[in-house]
Structures are given as structure tokens and as C-alpha cells.
Design a protein around this ligand. Structure first.
Ligand code: UTP
Ligand code: MG
Length: 247
């Protein structure tokens, strides 16, 4: 019996292989987002819809360009797509070889019944029909024993690797930085702003300590170009914080 291969070199092209709903994107999320090329994201970028199958050719073209650029720089790259077709995998291996980057097949072998069940929680545009999921699952099983012969340097079963700690470490580092526990400035008062208004508003937000608008009270101000909203709000009052008024 062969010993289990759990080797993931750095850098590598990690090719996820699994049916819809098997958990590919969940595993991919344990690597930094810049390292993950998700076919659904490229579909959304070219068509505004992650599930738009008609956009697949354009999405693959755009993904291939980013893949080449990353591998030319020898950057760790995770390819999040079903990758259950041999021709798709052959192209990925050839691309990585051209750039001298090792390849890892990361097989997500979640049972077919679970992959199918998980489609029920999805919106109709994201749910993959059962026969398609079953065909993808069967293709993954069929491919498994031939993956080393296809040219993958390592074939790793996702169940056998430990990624949870890496994910938690990243989350913890981000939280420490937000709170200023890493010696940096932290977000301070802006933590509350992000919680209620979202991260995209943060760069536009200013606290102003006194304002005639609020009888000398503190206000929050959001600016985008000449457009401006001011809101009388204390940092601890959500209700007042969300009732912004145009000044
Ligand atoms: P994903 O959305 O990660 O699956 O997980 P996927 O393979 O990327 O699916 P497609 O191909 O894009 O359609 C599907 C569901 O399974 C849960 C996730 O939280 C998500 O709701 N999941 C995944 C688990 O419960 N446990 C896991 O270990 C992985
Ligand atoms: Mg996914």
C-alpha cells in the first residue's frame, strides 16, 4: 500500500477536483483570497452571474490569463472549479509545467448524496441539477487512480490535510490587526462603523467631534466626491448611526 501523500509544496498549482457541493470553495477559502482562482467568480466577472454556463468560455479565457501571470511569478495558486474533465486537467498540468511549478490534485471526495443534498440550500440560479452532480461525482471517482499518470506531482485527499489551523491563524491575525494588538493603530472607532455600514464605507467615513447639526454632538460623515451624508450619532448608538441625514 502506498503511504498517504499530503505534500503541498510552495509554490504549487493546487487543482481542486470535486463535484458541485463537495466543498471545494470551502477548502479554497483556507488559502488567501488572492491565491484562489474560482471559475464561478470569473463567470460573474464577465456576465454578472456566477452560475451563467453560457459565459464559461469567456470565463475560462480570462482565468487562463490570470493563471499564466501568477505561475510566471511562481505564485501559489488554487484552482477552484470541478476539474472533473481530463482535458481540463491536462491543460492545467501543461500550463504549470511551462512555468516549472509543481502540481497538486486536491481531491474532495464528499459522498454524492451529500453533494446533492447541499444543492437544496442554494438559490435556483446556483443549484446544480442532480444528474449533473452525480455525473461529476462519478467522473471524480473514475479519475482518481489515474491522476498520478496524468502528470500530477502529488495527489492529496482533502480529508487527510490540516487546513483549519491555517484558516484560524489568518482570521486571528486579521482580528489582532483590527484591534491594534499587533502593535499597529487598529481600527479603533471604525470597528463599529464597519460592523454597521460594511467595509466599503470605511475609507469614506470620518468622525467629526462637534457639529451644529447635532447641537455640538459628535457626527459621522460619509463622503464620496462632492456627495456627503452626515449623521448625528454616538458611537454606541446603532439606531442613530443608521438614520443618516443628508446635510
Ligand atoms: P462549497 O460551496 O464549498 O462547495 O460547499 P463547492 O464544491 O465549492 O460547490 P460548487 O462547485 O461551487 O457548486 C457546499 C456547502 O457545503 C458546506 C459549505 O458550508 C456549503 O454550504 N460544507 C463544505 C460543509 O458543511 N463542510 C465542509 O467540510 C465543506
Ligand atoms: Mg464553489
Amino acid at each position: 500500500m502506498q503511504p498517504l501523500d499530503t505534500t503541498i509544496p510552495e509554490p504549487a498549482l493546487i487543482v481542486l477536483i470535486g463535484a458541485a457541493g463537495s466543498g471545494k470553495s470551502t477548502w479554497a477559502s483556507t488559502w488567501p483570497t488572492t491565491q484562489v482562482l474560482e471559475l464561478d467568480n470569473f463567470r460573474a466577472m464577465v456576465s454578472d452571474e456566477a452560475g451563467c454556463q453560457e459565459a464559461t468560455d469567456d470565463a475560462v479565457f480570462a482565468l487562463q490569463a490570470v493563471l499564466e501571470a501568477r505561475l510566471a511569478r511562481r505564485k501559489m495558486t488554487v484552482l477552484d472549479a470541478t476539474n472533473t474533465e481530463a482535458a481540463v486537467r491536462a491543460n492545467l498540468i501543461a500550463t504549470a509545467r511551462r512555468h516549472g511549478v509543481p502540481t497538486v490534485a486536491l481531491v474532495i471526495s464528499t459522498p454524492a448524496s451529500v453533494c446533492v443534498e447541499r444543492q437544496a440550500d442554494r438559490t435556483p440560479d446556483r443549484a446544480v441539477p442532480e444528474p449533473v452532480v452525480l455525473a461529476q461525482h462519478a467522473a471524480m471517482l473514475d479519475a482518481f487512480s489515474g491522476l498520478p499518470g496524468e502528470g500530477f506531482d502529488h495527489v492529496v485527499i482533502a480529508e487527510n490535510i490540516h487546513r483549519l489551523e491555517a484558516l484560524l491563524q489568518r482570521v486571528s491575525d486579521a482580528r489582532r490587526a483590527d484591534l491594534g494588538w499587533d502593535g499597529g493603530e487598529g481600527l479603533g472607532d471604525l470597528l463599529l462603523v464597519r460592523r454597521y455600514f460594511g467595509p466599503e464605507i470605511l475609507p469614506m467615513w470620518r468622525w467629526r467631534d462637534t457639529s451644529q447639526l447635532a447641537g455640538g454632538d459628535r457626527v459621522g460623515e460619509i463622503r464620496l466626491g462632492a456627495d456627503r451624508l452626515s449623521s448625528p450619532c454616538a458611537p454606541t448608538s446603532t439606531e442613530r448611526a443608521t438614520s443618516a441625514s443628508r446635510s
